[in-house]
Design a protein around this ligand. Structure first.
Ligand SMILES: [Zn+2]
Ligand SMILES: [Zn+2]
Length: 413
């Protein structure tokens, strides 16, 4: 069902009314970026901003995660909205008046804007509480940048929502997240059905030979050329065995071996990242890496160990949810400002864990600063990235509209 056009206009207006307090919160978070799963100051800001709203707030104990539930006035299911809260370990070089005051930490992925927008959405939806058919679960998660914050929150029972006060069930039927991007025009919304972000696993290959004198390699077993062969063979394995339409990226980012020019070391270590956009290819490429590393090492009589460290799984948008979200976004921000992405992005996201449990979608929100060009603006994770705060108005309105329309649609069926 469509939202009443008058309602979408009202949501935009209400989001606009929340702009200055959203900016103030975002800047406070930006000044004090925190890393990982323990974000005490950030959590205090969030709790302070939610104070006075009609929410049931749960502070998670394994992380700084916060789950807040808005109980609508009418029976219905629950919809989850996610905002992540953590920053990245790098020095900020933006010269913004509110730039990071913590050396070596920066909100370079825009999670400060996500947190502020989710607070804005909580305010906007709280004001409409009486008319909401169901519940909204606001997920403020830490540790997105490689610390598995979402999984910690799931393990702590995030999705175990109790029955409503009247005894009726309120299962979680949808989950949505926004992620700001400095390379998409400000306020635009982009997403796609199916895989939207890649899995990200790490590999660690250790080739063990025998150390010796560099002038007498025949009396040693040099692991360095063997490691080089493995690196080359991995690229051949990728291009010759993986379907180009279900791609993977295997990048060796680090090789460590040796101490000086005239010593043959005992070991050589290869470290790399593996990206895939389907679980099938994700498994297949691991098999290939194992085969190549073992085969090349065996050919040269060296020993090898291969370790994989599981990172985030593939982020898969439910096709129906992605179409729905893009539709809603079109009503809120205008069809011209919505984009159906032609392909996934090879970065990774731990909202994937939520989407593996609940159908839903992750959307990108354009946040290119007004004086920059989306095509060459400093990207997310850059020490110079700047996001347009004006985009947060659309973000709040889209969060709100997705929740309202999702609940209205599900409640009606
Ligand atoms: Zn990031
Ligand atoms: Zn991010």
């Amino acid at each position: 069902m469509d939202l009443d056009p008058a309602l979408t206009a009202t949501l935009r207006e209400e989001a606009h009314g929340l702009f200055s307090e959203t900016v103030a919160l975002r800047r406070a978070l930006h000044r004090w970026p925190e890393l990982g799963n323990d974000l005490p100051v950030t959590r205090e800001h969030v709790l302070g901003a939610l104070e006075g709203l009609p929410l049931t707030v749960t502070q998670h104990s394994t992380t700084s995660g916060v789950a807040a539930v808005l109980e609508g006035g009418l029976p219905g299911p629950t919809v989850l909205l996610r905002g992540d809260m953590d920053a990245l370990p790098l020095h900020e070089d933006t010269d913004l008046e509110f730039e990071s005051s913590i050396e070596g930490a920066m909100h370079a992925c825009g999670h400060d804007t996500h947190t502020a927008m989710l607070v804005g959405a909580a305010k906007l939806l709280s004001a409409r509480r009486a008319d909401i058919p169901g519940r909204v679960l606001f997920m403020f998660q830490p540790g997105e940048e490689g610390f598995g914050g979402a999984e910690f929150m799931l393990n702590e029972g995030l999705l175990d929502v109790p029955a409503r006060p009247d005894g009726s069930d309120s299962p979680i039927t949808g989950a949505y997240a926004l992620h700001i991007s400095s390379n998409l025009p400000s306020g635009w919304i982009a997403t796609r059905g199916g895989s939207i972000m890649a899995s990200a696993d790490q590999m660690l290959i250790t080739v063990t030979g025998r150390g010796g004198h560099a002038s007498q390699p025949h009396q040693a077993l040099d692991p360095i050329p063997i490691a080089c062969e493995i690196v080359q063979a991995l690229q051949t394995m990728v291009t010759r065995t993986i379907d180009v339409f279900d791609p993977t990226v295997v990048t060796v980012g680090r090789i460590t071996a040796g101490t000086t020019n005239n010593v043959i070391p005992e070991t050589a270590v290869i470290e790399g990242t593996i990206r895939a956009i389907s679980e099938r290819t994700r498994a297949k490429v691991r098999d290939g890496i194992r085969r190549v590393a073992e085969g090349v090492s065996a050919a040269h009589d060296a020993a090898v160990t291969i370790d994989f460290h599981d990172g985030y799984p593939v982020t898969v948008n439910h096709p129906g949810s992605a179409d729905f979200a893009l539709d809603v976004a079109g009503e809120v921000v205008g069809k011209h400002a919505t984009v159906k992405l032609p392909h996934p992005i090879m970065g990774a996201e731990d909202f994937s864990y939520v989407l593996n449990r609940v159908p839903g979608a992750m959307l990108f929100l354009g946040g290119t600063a007004p004086d920059r060009n989306p095509a060459n603006a400093a990207p997310n994770h850059s020490n110079r990235v700047v996001f347009d705060e004006g985009a947060m108005v659309n973000g709040i309105a889209v969060y709100g509209a997705m929740a309202l329309r999702h609940l209205a649609g599900t409640a009606a069926t």
